[in-house]
Ligand binder design. Structure first.
Ligand SMILES: [Zn+2]
Length: 367
């Protein structure tokens, strides 16, 4: 107890020290003040903070984990964040997707846009580049190009294998992060220095691993995995690469079970196609034209033509309820709800039957 008391006393002393330092230092300008506590952390320091300001990171997927990652990195002062997400905000997201609010859910704001808006409210000094898009082989170069690090905020292995292929091919580091139920899982992939995702998971665990649709999800598990991954990202971006974890770490916040599986260069799997330069996920179509989103919804992304929302609204009005803003058009026809994006992509809710979704799309939007 004595040592705990000592620690508490030291923490209080430190806090008082901080407060006094900033009250007396009139030269501290607003920009420096923002990151002052982080700069005091020696492993980052002023030099590390400068590197963060010049860094560019991409977050693929901006749901729960992506929101937490984006928030952590934006507040830490990573100079440029590119946020890629295909989805829109719904009320059921608000329990854990911290960058969104009720207003975003009411207007079905695309998550990438809503995230960028929210980040601008707390850190207008960094650049955020939102992309409302589904990451596929056809757009992977433009969406992941010119960046220092890729972070995983997705909820599916299809996209992760695509990111893994891209990262290994272009020698870009990426950080795998997943949370489901009370369980968090993360691994750093440093091309040439560690195993890759395909070394550890030769096959997609889809079907054996529960998704958050069936197992639910604890916000605390999301926050844990995002905190771990964001810290690894900070190490990478300030040049503390040797401090990065070379394991697959799993942590159950409910049972307190914690495990680490070595994932360094020695754990690279003989015959791993990705490590051997056979990038099947980049080469293929990657996914069928119609994808199940895994939540009583079907995504249609076969039409690559822009949609004029005003014109489409007039056309749909006789068939059901319709409304639109600059980002999405929503169309309700019982029991279905269609969300249309400006590039012609749509998410149809109320069915997992791709044939029904496709025929609805053809009938109301066109083929
Ligand atoms: Zn590999």
């Amino acid at each position: 107890m004595e040592s705990l008391g000592k620690v508490i006393a030291e923490v209080i002393a430190l806090e008082i020290g901080f407060a006094m330092a900033f009250e007396t230092d009139s030269e501290m300008n607003a920009t420096n003040d923002r990151y002052s506590r982080q700069v005091l952390f020696q492993e980052i320091g002023a030099a590390g903070q400068k590197k963060l300001a010049a860094a560019r990171a991409v977050i693929v997927g901006c749901g729960a984990t992506g929101s937490a990652l984006a928030s952590l990195l934006a507040r830490s002062g990573v100079g440029m964040l590119r946020i890629v997400d295909r989805d829109y905000v719904e009320p059921s997201n608000l329990q854990r997707q911290t960058l969104f609010d009720e207003n975003d859910a009411r207007e079905s704001a695309p998550k990438a846009i809503a995230a960028a808006r929210q980040i601008a409210r707390f850190n207008s000094q960094i650049a955020v580049e939102p992309h409302v898009a589904d990451l596929i082989p056809a757009n992977v170069d433009s969406l992941l190009g010119v960046c220092d690090l890729i972070l995983d905020g997705t909820d599916n292995f299809e996209t992760r294998y695509l990111v893994n292929d891209y990262a290994l091919k272009n020698s870009v580091a990426w950080i795998y992060a997943a949370a489901v139920g009370s369980y968090a899982l993360t691994m750093n992939v440093l091309p040439g220095e560690t195993a890759c995702l395909s070394c550890i998971f030769p096959e997609s665990p889809r079907g054996t691993i529960e998704t958050c649709e069936t197992a639910g999800i604890l916000y605390s598990a999301v926050n844990l995995v995002a905190s771990l991954a964001a810290t690894e990202a900070l190490k990478f971006l300030v040049g503390a690469r040797s401090k990065m974890r070379r394991t697959l770490l799993s942590w159950d916040v409910w049972t307190n079970e914690r495990a680490e599986l070595a994932a360094g260069a020695w754990q690279r799997r003989t015959g791993c196609p990705t490590c051997s330069g056979d990038f099947v996920h980049l080469a293929g179509e990657g996914r069928p034209h119609i994808t199940l989103c895994g939540r009583n919804s079907v995504q249609i992304h076969e039409r690559q033509r822009p949609v004029d929302f005003a014109e489409m609204s007039v056309r749909l009005k006789p068939h059901g309820n319709v409304r639109h803003n600059e980002f999405v058009l929503k169309f309700w026809r019982d029991p279905y709800e269609m969300t249309l994006f400006p590039d012609g992509r749509a998410i149809i809710k109320g069915t997992t039957d791709t044939a029904i979704a496709r025929s609805l799309y053809a009938r109301y939007v066109g083929s």
